[in-house]
Write a new protein. Sequence first.
Length: 202
Amino acid sequence: MNEAIYSGNKALLEKALNILDWSLELGWDKQYGGFIYFTDIDGRPCEQLEWDMKLWWVHNEALIATLLAYGLTGEKKYFDMFEKVHAYAFGHFADKEYGEWYGYLHKDGTVSHTQKGSMWKGPFHHPRCLMNCDKILSLLADGKPMEYLGTVTISAAEAGVSLDTDAAVEAAYNYGRTKFLIFSRLKNKTLAERKYAGGFRR
């Protein structure tokens, strides 16, 4: 959808919405709620051992996708699904005592393990989700059309970070700089050009 906004391609938007519709239908666990990690389109058993787990990033991306789809189409079904995913995700992944999100849940929605960071789960999907949803909700509240989300950036002051500290500079360099530079360079490229640009594979 974001690429369709960027390129103004209505046919691509229709394809994206179609993919979103069947992904929401096939992926939502009708017994326990939440999105399962893998599903077979023909209903056969999945080969992946973690097929029925619930992962944080899938829910983050679903929140962005359903809200953006609502903003683009005005169709209530997308806002209803946004609210459904929001209730599940914030009700199951969120650590209400210490903050942040757990990354992995069992099929029934119980926490698989309590780590919040690993080689796979870093501080990317969740903050990006919150910032993108905030932007989309602001556009909706102001009655403005949806726009290309691009890279969501905030200043150090907005984030409450002092760039005078060595730790903040190191953190910005190690995590944010690489992603910022990649996304900045990709902003004006087509989807095909972006696919492998700078070694970053979509």
